[in-house]
Design a protein around this ligand. Structure first.
Ligand code: F6P
Length: 799
């Protein structure tokens, strides 16, 4: 079929072109042959008159009519001559044979001639005779006394037309034969080449053509014309075969990551530079040494990569017992128990930590890059220490590098100056920098007094990554405003001082399948444990939030949304508890202390307003939680609310999804996170909009298991309009494969609980009964059917 289509596609234009040529050629041949025929007829007529010129002229001069009639009658006997006539100089007819049509008279013929006073010459034209077309030739007559008039000869043209028709037929038949031959030749050529292509590609695909020379013999060369394409096909097939052989097709895991690194950057060592270390050592109250996993998205994303690729992670040694476990070069092998890479710790003085980490990084750059209404503070002393610490880390990179060309992965806003410093020390290094937080617009970035230096530092990178394209664009805009650099917006690159930096979006993610999820108890067990530990009823509804206590995370807005939920939907009072796991963070900074106080006050206020007996709607767990505890909370929850006011990505959202292998639980996610571009099936909200956020929480709590499992499931599908479609996140359905932000999906501002029955009728709709939602013991009921009093299959708010 494809061959037929290809043939048709070739033949059609070919036949059209041949047809046009045939038509053009026929026209040209006919015009030319007509001209030739007319010229011949005229020459013949002239010859005929020439042969009788003298007697004819004499008879005219003497006006011998009988003689003239005889002469014209003799002339008319010639083959194909239909009539002849003689006219005098005044245009009067002197003699004519009978076959001459009336319309062809002396005057009408004379009018077409050379005209009065002009030198006489023969002339001719076509006309319509009584029995068909004729060619009329007029030959002037004269003697030594002057002009005598002219003789006219009418010749039959029917034979000319007959010949023209024959010629046309001949030409069409000739072109028909040529077209047929061309069509057959084309069809054969296409078929033959199609077969050769197919055969050659099959040879590559099915192994007749080895992918590489077996036992030292080079693979047979494909035919020359196929070589460019087949080398591509072969490379592709080789990749696929390799993936299949290794059983890793389609999935990224440690093995594949290692292989990819070895293949694309052979021999390269990997050095990660990040402020936060992947493991901190602390001494517990019992005096025992503990390993702590810091609450850090950066660590979550990068640690599995380092485990896979080995190498060295250079970080600030911040654990109280960190010095106790390192060697003389401040190195320790990690992960503890099954080491695969080296952690090199850098010791900072309290002044350095204050100026570089708390000061410039977290009171300057952090609020500069996040739209969270906290004013950035830039102190020159902090800047000096920031520069100094960047220099110290760059020195450490140079020390740790075993070769001249390591791959240096620089992490985050703590090290904006480091890429250039590394480039100066190791010019052949590949420096890849990843900025884990948003990058502000050019105008906003312009308020940083050290902006140009920061940009120049970052442009020491080979590649500079952000979570989302919008932040790449913002970065390019900042460079455009601040530096004399060459920007290529199409290639997304900046050239500064002859060196190019590619600027790219890489939506960072979490380890999958998650090792912590694998180690956590199953969902029913987690549900039961967590409820028991918090003193909640087994069927209590639980929401969870997991964050560092940071003002960008929107924790205050989150608690306000919980308060609004309880106020708007009293049926949740006594049933719903929101558990906030808040890891203390950057607590030396006044703004963080303020946040800590305000979160505490909010929790107290809400608990005071809605708490009854032992029931507390907000449980604030302000402490560092190790990953197993966090994953247990994810699994125990009916919903997770990520309410960041501005976030580069937010890996809590992705971790929650990764934790829920049961495809249960609903993610309510701020639109202002990078993650919302990928997890577009979550309930996306504006965290500042408490009506919308509380509606989303209510809807999340009302979703059946099926609705949680299948995003936009039965209930949601019943809504046809895009605007009316909400969505839940589930692992099984709308996986986060989409990296581009889709069209803005407006989460419905109504929900089943706000739907009022028609005016004047009491609300009979009971969204959740104590026993409807969960069976005692925490086991979820079969939510395939709506329980009595549960949600109707079609949410009325969507109609
Ligand atoms: O979000 C930016 C970031 O650097 C993350 O990469 C990391 O999770 C978090 O901040 C950690 O902050 P800190 O190291 O200051 O505790």
């Amino acid at each position: 079929m494809p061959a037929m289509r290809a043939i048709a596609a070739l033949l059609l234009p070919l036949l059209l072109v041949l047809g046009a040529i045939a038509w053009g050629a026929t026209e040209a041949v006919q015009r030319t042959s007509r001209r030739w025929f007319e010229r011949d007829m005229r020459a013949r007529a002239e010859l005929l008159v020439q042969g009788v010129r003298e007697p004819l002229a004499g008879a005219v001069r003497r006006d011998e009519r009988a003689r003239l009639r005889k002469i014209v009658a003799d002339l008319a006997r010639e083959e194909r001559v239909t009539a002849t006539a003689v006219c005098d100089a005044g245009g009067a007819m002197l003699a004519s044979t009978p076959g001459r049509p009336e319309s062809i008279g002396c005057r009408s013929v004379r009018e077409r001639g050379p005209g009065e006073g002009a030198t006489p010459y023969p002339w001719s034209f076509d006309a319509l005779g009584a029995s068909g077309p004729v060619h009329v030739t007029a030959v002037p007559l004269s003697d030594d006394q002057g002009s005598l008039g002219f003789a006219m000869v009418l010749e039959d043209m029917a034979w000319v037309f007959r010949r023209e028709v024959q010629t046309r037929w001949f030409l069409w038949i000739a072109f028909g034969v040529v077209s047929l031959a061309a069509a057959v030749a084309t069809t054969l050529a296409v078929r033959v080449s199609w077969r050769s292509w197919t055969r050659e590609i099959r040879r590559v695909l099915w192994g007749a053509l080895p992918l590489s020379g077996a036992a030292g013999t080079p693979p047979p060369r494909p035919k020359r014309q196929f070589q460019p394409l087949l080398s591509d096909v072969r490379a592709l097939v080789a990749d696929l075969v390799a993936e299949q052989v290794e059983g890793r097709a389609g999935l990224w895991g440690p093995e594949r990551l290692r292989d990819a690194l070895a293949k694309h950057l052979p021999g390269s060592e990997v050095i990660v530079v990040a402020n936060r270390e992947p493991f901190a050592h602390e001494r517990g109250p019992d005096g025992q040494l503990h390993v702590v996993h810091p609450a850090s998205g950066l660590v979550t994303a990068l640690e599995p990569v380092m485990e896979a690729c080995s190498g060295t992670w250079i970080a600030h040694g911040s654990g109280a017992a960190d010095r106790e476990v390192v060697d003389r070069q401040a190195r320790v092998q990690v992960p503890p128990g099954s080491p695969t890479y080296t952690l090199r710790r850098i010791w900072l003085t309290p002044e350095e930590e204050q100026g570089y980490y708390y000061g410039f990084s977290n009171e300057g750059l952090w609020p500069l890059c996040h739209q969270a209404h906290t004013r950035p503070v830039f102190r020159s002393e902090d800047w000096a220490l920031y520069r100094e610490v960047n220099r110290r880390f760059a020195e450490a990179v140079a020390q740790e590098a075993r070769g001249e060309d390591p791959v240096v992965l620089v992490q985050d806003y703590h090290f904006a100056l480091l890429p250039r410093m590394v480039r100066e020390r190791l010019p052949r290094a590949t420096v890849v920098t990843f900025w884990h937080i948003p990058w502000p617009g050019g105008e906003r970035f312009g308020i940083c007094p050290f902006g140009p230096e920061l940009l120049e530092g970052l442009l020491g990178s080979s590649i500079l990554g952000f979570h989302v394209q919008a932040h790449c664009n913002n970065f390019l805009e900042s460079v455009d405003r601040a530096l004399e650099a060459r920007l290529d917006r199409e290639a997304q690159s900046v050239v500064l001082g002859g060196e190019e930096t590619l600027v790219r979006a890489y939506p960072i993610s979490v380890d999958w399948p998650s090792r912590w999820a694998a180690g956590a108890p199953p969902v029913p067990e987690c549900r039961a444990q967590v409820r028991r530990e918090l003193g909640l009823a087994p069927d209590a509804l639980v929401g969870v939030g997991v964050d560092r206590l940071d003002y960008t995370k929107g924790i205050e807005e989150r608690l306000l949304a919980v308060e609004r939920l309880l106020a708007r939907f009293p049926q949740f009072q006594g049933r719903f508890t929101f558990v906030q796991l808040g890891a203390p963070s950057r607590s030396r900074i006044p703004r963080y202390q303020e946040l800590d106080r305000s979160v505490e006050e909010l929790a107290v206020r809400i608990n005071g307003r809605f708490g009854v007996g032992s029931y507390r709607p907000v449980v604030l767990l302000r402490a560092h939680h190790e990953p197993p505890a966090v994953f247990r909370a994810y699994r125990a929850a009916d919903l997770c609310y990520v309410s960041s006011l501005h976030d580069g990505m937010n890996l809590v959202a992705k971790e929650f999804v990764a934790a829920r292998e049961d495809e249960g639980g609903v993610l309510v996610l701020s639109r202002f996170t990078g993650a919302s571009r990928e997890l577009s099936d979550a309930l996306l909200v504006n965290p500042y909009d408490l009506e919308e956020a509380s509606s989303a929480l209510a809807t999340a709590l009302a979703m059946t298991r099926d609705e949680q499992r299948a995003p936009c499931g039965r209930w949601w599908r019943s809504s046809t309009s895009t605007a009316g479609r909400g969505g839940c996140w589930s692992m099984g359905g709308g996986s986060g494969s989409a990296t581009a932000p889709g069209p803005v999906r407006h989460w419905p501002r109504c929900d089943p609980f706000t739907i009022r029955p028609p005016e004047g009728r009491p609300a009979s709709f009971r969204p959740l009964g104590r026993t409807d939602r969960r069976r005692p013991g925490g086991a979820p009921p079969d939510r395939g059917k709506s329980p009595a009093g549960g949600l109707p299959p079609a949410g009325p708010c969507l109609t």
